[in-house]
Design a protein around this ligand. Structure first.
Ligand code: ZN
Length: 143
């Protein structure tokens, strides 16, 4: 299954290859303050392959907080956050927002609350290495 998503204005778009086709897609409603304020709900497949296409990189605001080990890619034009990345040991990992999905049957989504407060930095990075998408490519596609 190739899952497409994008921000509202289309400046940040992604395609996530998810093989084999998922019977269900985990959707983690993170309870950190940023995700609470944004309604952030994230998914990842450690064996998936993600391609992110950015039309105008000058209109992407990268926001980090807390341990500053993850970057939220906020579209500066429309305010949507389709993707979060974390660089660990030189490799780029990512999760994508299920709210940014386009044309995915919502009944596939298994929404669950997720809480990572109190998790130490090492545990956090180890968890991302296990669970986040480990094949991430960014393409800047100036029109
Ligand atoms: Zn946008």
């Amino acid at each position: 299954m190739l899952i497409h998503g994008k921000c509202h204005c289309g400046n940040i778009a992604f395609a996530l290859a998810w093989e084999p086709d998922p019977a269900e897609i985990p959707a983690r409603a993170c309870d950190c303050l940023f995700c609470t304020k944004h309604g952030g709900v994230w998914t990842s497949n450690p064996r998936g392959a993600l391609k992110v296409t950015v039309r105008d990189p000058s209109l992407v605001s990268k926001y980090a907080f807390g341990t500053r080990t993850a970057e939220f890619h906020v579209c500066a034009r429309c305010g949507i956050v389709p993707v979060v990345t974390s660089r660990i040991d030189g490799r780029l990992y990512a999760v994508v927002s299920v709210n940014a999905f386009e044309g995915v049957d919502p009944s596939l989504l298994r929404r669950k609350p997720a809480s990572f407060e109190g998790e130490g930095k090492d545990d956090r990075l180890a968890r991302r290495k296990r669970n986040w998408i480990g094949d991430v490519e960014f393409v800047e596609n100036r029109a």
